[in-house]
Ligand binder design. Structure first.
Ligand code: A3P
Length: 289
């Protein structure tokens, strides 16, 4: 079994997988020149990143399905911090869409001087943890998660990719970006995808028609994405991601935590999360128990 030193790179206070990140890619991210019409979907890992890689190009180009059917998601809407960006950046057409797991503090200087917009997608941390637990089992470039109990401790201590969930959320909630930032939850998207697409479209000034919104919703549904080889990670060799162990597009629901946490684990988890958010001037949009 590989150790965390073999698998991960230290970056600032964080660990990131060597398979997808390098010192060069992280330097490239810091020197990246944001343009005013760029949009970046920011997430804590397992909160709906790949879903946004599906939604954003369709919203930005009026529902044209070409890129969705011809370009793999990691090149279609690349991660700011990952190695693929340098390889595809010259082919990206404006308005460009990116994703990132960076906290606000890690964003590069040009982000702050530009008018680039941010969509921050937040997901109930109990479900984030469950999704991440399975992801660590299927992705060979991540450490074995151990038992569910052990993984809860790792997650709460921030010994996982991009650190503590609470620090990530706080960093973006505290960011003073005015109308450059929109917050949306994974749960809202699950509950009513067309309404969420309309919010995203209005935020980006795309004003999609009702008909296009419905079409985008159909193409970004869990079922459609699961059957799109450009989006379901089936093109990634099994030695990196083993979809037989657990598919990347696993369940796509809100509330799977109920099938995994016992009452003791849940009360430990929620008490830590609540304590770390004490005194913040925002409320969580869900009850954690
Ligand atoms: P589950 O493991 O709970 O199924 P990320 O892209 O940030 O890594 O997040 C992955 C999670 O988003 C997975 O959650 C995945 O199934 C879910 N997801 C991706 N596309 C989705 C969609 N169209 N509808 C609902 N959930 C989706």
């Amino acid at each position: 079994m590989s150790s965390s030193e073999d698998l991960y790179l230290r970056y600032d206070r964080f660990i990131v997988p060597k398979e997808t990140h390098s010192l060069e890619s992280l330097t490239f991210a810091q020197k990246f020149e944001f343009k005013d019409d760029d949009v970046v979907a920011v997430t804590y890992p397992k909160s709906g990143t790949v879903w946004m890689q599906e939604i954003l190009p369709l919203v930005l180009n009026g529902g044209d399905l070409t890129t969705l059917n011809t370009v793999v998601n990691w090149d279609r809407v690349p991660w700011l911090e990952e190695t693929r960006l340098a390889k595809v950046v010259d082919q990206m057409k404006s308005p460009r869409a990116l994703v990132s797991h960076f906290t606000y503090e890690l964003m590069p200087p040009s982000f702050h001087t530009s008018k680039a917009k941010v969509i921050y997608v937040m997901r109930n941390p109990t479900d984030v943890l469950v999704s991440s637990y399975y992801f660590h089992q299927m992705a060979a470039f991540l450490e074995d998660p151990g038992t569910f109990d052990e993984f809860i401790e790792k997650f709460l201590e921030g010994r996982v990719l991009f650190g503590k969930w609470t620090d990530h959320v706080k960093s973006w909630k505290r960011a003073e970006l005015g109308d450059r930032i929109m917050f949306i939850t994974y749960e809202e998207m699950v509950q009513d995808l067309p309404a969420s697409i309309k919010l995203i479209s209005d935020f980006l000034g795309c004003n999609l028609s009702e008909e296009v919104i419905q079409k985008v919703g159909e193409h970004c549904s869990f079922k459609t994405m699961k059957s799109n080889i450009m989006s379901n990670f089936s093109l990634v060799p099994k030695k990196y991601m083993d979809n037989d162990k657990s598919p990347f597009l696993r369940k796509g629901i809100a509330g799977d935590w109920k099938n995994h946490f016992n009452s003791e684990q849940l009360s430990r988890f929620t008490s830590v999360i609540h304590k770390e958010l004490e005194g913040e001037n925002f409320c969580l949009p869900w009850s954690l128990d």
